[in-house]
Design a protein. Structure first.
Length: 281
């Protein structure tokens, strides 16, 4: 009798364990089904698009999870505004102070550093100025504004924000100078580079976009590797409490995957013309 009772007790325990395993299995299946039900929308800075990064990384994610991804590439300021309006599931931009404010204001649920590179000053190769002798980028900016033309994106992008930080440190207000010396395009990096090249002028670009840019003409990197030119990219999941209709399941999958060691190796392996474009921590 005791043996029968013991067998029944064991059977009940096995039944409970099996039921729990089934529940977990179907919950996981439901999670992936919901994630696949709609496309994942990424609000992004233009530099990650212009560098070819998404064309490289998105197919890897799609291959693993069969989730279609739509990337909306605008300036960082506009991408953050779009995310606040619940137009997207993931935010990838490069202005950490604004990203932290986005999360602290409740619009983002979690943020992580994704990758980094740097900004570079682009200018005509036929100009005699040797900026390599300058001690910092603020001196370079001052020289350009005095003797040449600086072309700014002027679009509240991450690159424009970085440029403004440099002007602030230099204690110069470029907008107070003649338009013959300082021009705001209000456009993306590619268009701004084209304008700077057409005017034989200077501009600030993220390195990845410049390396992938096809119309370099006689322009080149004239100044680089100043600590002020560091360029950090971050990834944030848009908060479903603010935006209940986001594709949370797909956003979590993408966030966890792209910040994993596996994806970091892929990011570090991405190269254009032999040059590594992004680095992970």
């Amino acid at each position: 009798m005791k043996a029968i009772l013991l067998m029944m007790e064991i059977y009940q325990k096995i039944k409970i364990i099996f039921s729990f395993i089934l529940l977990c299995f179907f919950t996981l299946i439901s999670f992936y089904a919901n994630a696949n039900d709609r496309e994942l929308i990424i609000q992004s800075t233009t530099s990650t698009r212009d560098s070819g990064f998404y064309e490289f990384i998105v197919p890897k994610f799609n291959e693993l999870y069969q989730i279609s991804v739509k990337v909306i590439s605008v300036g960082t300021g506009q991408a953050i505004l779009n995310a606040k309006n619940c137009d997207g599931d993931i935010l990838i931009v490069h202005s950490k102070a604004d990203e932290d404010n986005f999360v602290n204001s409740g619009y983002g649920s979690i943020r992580k550093n994704l990758m980094y590179n740097d900004y570079v000053v682009i200018g005509p190769s036929n100009v005699s100025s040797n900026f390599s002798n300058y001690s910092n980028v603020t001196e370079v900016f001052k020289n350009i504004l005095t003797y040449s033309i600086f072309v700014s994106r002027g679009d509240d992008s991450g690159t424009h924000k970085a440029e403004k930080r440099i002007w602030n440190i230099s204690t110069i207000n470029p907008s107070s100078h003649s338009k013959d010396n300082y021009l705001e395009t209000g456009q993306g990096m590619g268009a701004t580079l084209n304008i700077a090249i057409g005017l034989n002028a200077y501009t600030l670009s993220d390195r990845a976009t410049w390396l992938n840019f096809k119309n370099k003409s006689d322009h080149k990197i004239v100044y680089e590797k100043d600590p002020l030119l560091f360029n950090q990219y971050g990834i944030t999941i848009i908060n479903d409490r603010k935006c209940p209709n986001i594709n949370k399941e797909a956003a979590v999958l993408f966030f966890n995957w792209i910040t994993s060691d596996e994806a970091k190796k892929l990011i570090n392996s991405y190269r254009v013309n032999g040059f590594q474009l992004f680095f992970t921590e």
